[in-house]
Design a protein. Structure first.
Length: 143
């Protein structure tokens, strides 16, 4: 009888320990998802501002579309535009946590190819915003 009670107590303790561990993990995951979606909403608001700037620059003067867009995009903080390439790009990052950011890169369509829109989203992903410095040294011998 003592052995059975001891087994039941052991298994219930292990079950409770596993449940608490899974609860804490689900809380961390829920917090990360909330942070990600808040950053995603901020990124979408920035994307809407960029879309408005590109639309205004294109409708004002198609011949100087890139130069007008470059001038207006420079006013947005944390947005970098590169018009030196054949396919111009616009990039920005939105912090998700202190260690991760949401990186967005847009490839702008050429002025004659606006049927698909002003840009294509080429990157929308989480990246590490701080460098990881792991300690991989082993002290095998102590002098």
């Amino acid at each position: 009888m003592t052995f059975i009670v001891l087994c039941l107590v052991t298994f219930s303790t292990l079950s409770l320990s596993g449940s608490v561990s899974e609860y804490h993990y689900s809380q961390k995951l829920a917090k990360h998802n909330q942070d990600y979606y808040e950053a995603s909403n901020t990124a979408l608001r920035t994307l809407q501002e960029i879309d408005t700037i590109l639309h205004d620059a294109y409708t004002e003067n198609r011949d100087s579309y890139y130069s007008s867009a470059d001038r207006e995009l420079a006013r947005l903080e944390s947005v970098t535009a590169d018009f030196s390439k054949e396919i111009p790009t616009v990039a920005y990052e939105v912090p998700v946590t202190s260690k991760q950011s949401l990186k967005v890169v847009l490839s702008l369509n050429k002025p004659g190819q606006m049927r698909q829109g002003y840009y294509k989203i080429t990157t929308w992903k989480e990246i590490a915003s701080s460098e990881w410095n792991g300690d991989d040294s082993l002290n095998l011998f102590k002098p």
